[in-house]
Design a protein around this ligand. Structure first.
Ligand SMILES: Nc1ncnc2c1ncn2[C@@H]1O[C@H](COP(=O)(O)OP(=O)(O)OP(=O)(O)O)[C@@H](O)[C@H]1O
Ligand SMILES: [Mg+2]
Length: 584
């Protein structure tokens, strides 16, 4: 695990505080007022009540007593106001900072390239957006105010006790360096553990997310027990790390207390001797001891807050790591808008690799406006990859893709993607109604438009048979629909978008005959007047194409019409023969 630069992390956090400087300053000033009043109260008790009223009983006593009582009431009211103001302002600061960081993180995550998402664990991202940001919330919202309050109180106490009696104060302060050293050593250890705790939490949520997505496979293989053991194992490791830091935290407080009490006893013994000798008043000693008693507040809270800060730091580092992932579009990208008039697609000498191994090798082909081209080839030959590159989900290693003469690397992603309709190989539907699923790309679509699109995709009939028609709720990933139904909904979605260019990545899974025909018919309608690239697995689709490209091991090896390629007797011929046998 690399240790990021602490100063840099702090600087980035402070940048989020800056917009709320007004709230911060007002909150901190209120805190100062609060701390000063708290600091003044023991003086009122010791020197005011004991020395001026109780120890010298005279005719002014009652008057002084009344003044003291009135002062105390006023101080408490003012203290209450300060307390309210500092709570409000600092909570406002904390919640705002957390909202802003979370917003930044969310917008970063959605714009990360597809390549990132395909290798990242979703649960880990979710954990950063929730758990880690919650830690920041606690630190900024509660920890910061408490920290300032305790530091001011602590420093104030030290100043006051030195003014009251520097010799007693020196004796009391002898134990301070020892405590400071302890806190410093332990807090480093706590920060390390905090990072591990957060990483474990993310592992658990990523693991659970994966198991739930694949629950069908888990159940089919009776793997519940194995998966459960994995998750519970992670949970147990998180428990162990938590207990490790608990052992440190639990040990710190008593240790500090014992050290402090020893300091206090020295002061009580030495101070009483001074009072007996008449060198200081009884009131001064009472004030002094009250102040020393007050130091336990700052000492214990500071060690708690420091551990809170350590957790927040660990979390901030994890959040910033994700924020620093490079965005989808490189900064040198031109801002031109793509205008598709005809819809000519050209691949020029294009090579591409996902990782080290090259998947597409120096591919060139052209699809003329309005042409329907079928792309066929064995599984893994790179068909979906070609669609991915056309959508610019990935950037090619070399070569380029032109649409109506414009390099797609030189236009904005939104102008490119808004003009291409993609029906992916694996259809994904969001949880919601059928209507929402079809209207996904065009939120403002009317009921009429959605129904027309569904009819053209041959989806209307089955949708009307659902319990609530278009208002039927479908589960996550469209779980309550069959594969064929899902793809028809996806086609309706693409029809509604009305794109100039269409990519259909046919589902490889076997559709029933009716669904397959429906998909084909729907597609026939859809491709009218558009340029279409059909990644085909079925004979009917291939036959309807104007031209067929045969892809093998990342190279285009054959090209022509069905009849031409059959006459050639090459790869297409053997693929077709195998497909024919399968369909028969
Ligand atoms: N996200 C990815 N990261 C790394 N390698 C990938 C990724 N996606 C695909 N590949 C690899 O690239 C090659 C081409 O994959 P592609 O999905 O384009 O095949 P395909 O022709 O669409 O196959 P199918 O007919 O099974 O859908 C395969 O060897 C595959 O293992
Ligand atoms: Mg594919």
């Amino acid at each position: 695990m690399k240790t990021p630069n602490r100063k840099k992390t702090l600087k980035r956090l402070l940048a989020y505080v800056r917009p709320y400087a007004g709230y911060t300053v007002f909150g901190v000033l209120s805190l100062l007022g609060l701390a000063l009043i708290t600091l003044y109260l023991p003086l009122l008790l010791g020197q005011g009540l004991i020395d001026d009223v109780l120890m010298k009983i005279n005719e002014n006593g009652m008057k002084t007593l009344n003044t003291l009582a009135l002062t105390a009431v006023v101080l408490y009211v003012v203290k209450g106001l300060f307390s309210y103001a500092q709570h409000y302002c600092l909570a406002y600061l904390g919640h705002s900072v957390v909202r802003d960081i979370r917003n930044d993180l969310l917008s970063r995550v959605l714009y990360l390239p597809l390549g990132y998402h395909q290798s990242a664990r979703k649960g880990e991202i979710i954990s950063k957006v929730t758990n880690d940001i919650n830690n920041l919330q606690t630190a900024v919202g509660q920890g910061l105010g408490e920290f300032i309050n305790q530091v001011v109180t602590g420093v104030g106490i030290i100043v006051i006790i030195f003014v009251l009696d520097y010799r007693l104060a020196t004796a009391a302060c002898l134990v301070l360096p020892l405590i400071a050293f302890l806190v410093w050593v332990l807090s480093r250890r706590l920060r390390f553990l905090a990072r591990q705790v957060q990483a474990k939490l993310a592992d658990i949520s990523a693991g659970l997310q994966e198991v739930l997505s694949g629950i069908r496979v888990v159940k089919a293989y009776r793997a519940e027990k194995k998966e459960l053991e994995n998750l519970q194992g992670e949970n147990q490791r998180s428990f162990a790390i938590n207990m490790k830091s608990t052992r440190i935290m639990a040990g710190v407080l008593p240790l500090i207390e014992v050290i402090s009490v020893i300091g206090l006893l020295i002061v009580v013994w030495f101070g009483s001797k001074e009072v007996i000798a008449g060198r200081i008043t009884a009131g001064t000693l009472v004030s002094f001891i009250t102040y020393l008693g007050m130091t336990s507040g700052p000492i214990t809270s500071l060690s708690r807050i420091i551990s809170l800060f350590q957790q927040a730091f660990a979390s901030a580092e994890r959040v910033f790591e994700l924020m620093d992932e490079p965005e989808e579009v490189s900064s040198e990208e031109a801002k031109a808008e793509l205008v598709v008039r005809e819809g000519r697609i050209e691949f020029q000498n294009l090579s591409f690799s996902y990782a080290e191994e090259e998947v597409l090798h120096n591919i060139s082909f052209t699809i003329e406006p309005g042409e329907v081209v079928a792309l066929v080839g064995p599984s893994g030959s790179g068909k979906t990859t070609i669609a991915n590159l056309l959508m610019r989900f990935y950037n090619p290693d070399s070569g380029r893709i032109l649409i109506d003469g414009a390099d797609i690397a030189a236009v904005t992603l939104s102008s490119l993607r808004s003009q291409i309709g993609l029906v992916p190989q694996e259809t994904f539907l969001f949880a919601g109604t059928v209507f929402d699923s079809i209207a996904y790309g065009r939120k403002e679509a009317t009921r009429q438009e959605v129904e027309t699109a569904a009819k053209r995709a041959n989806a209307h009939e089955f949708i009307m048979q659902l319990p609530n028609g278009y208002d039927t709720l479908i589960g996550e990933e469209g779980a309550s629909l069959s594969g064929g139904q899902r793809q028809r909904v996806a086609i309706a979605r693409a029809i509604l978008k009305d794109p100039k260019i269409l990519i259909l990545d046919e589902a490889t899974s076997a559709l029933d005959a009716e669904s397959e025909k429906a998909v084909q018919d729907g597609f026939e309608l859809l491709k009218e007047g558009r340029t279409a690239l059909v990644i085909a697995h079925r004979l009917s689709t291939i036959k309807n194409a104007d031209r067929i490209l045969v892809l093998k091991d990342g190279c285009i090896v054959e090209s022509g019409t069905h009849d031409e390629l059959m006459a050639l007797g090459g790869i297409y011929y053997s693929l077709y023969a195998a497909g024919d046998a399968a369909e028969a």
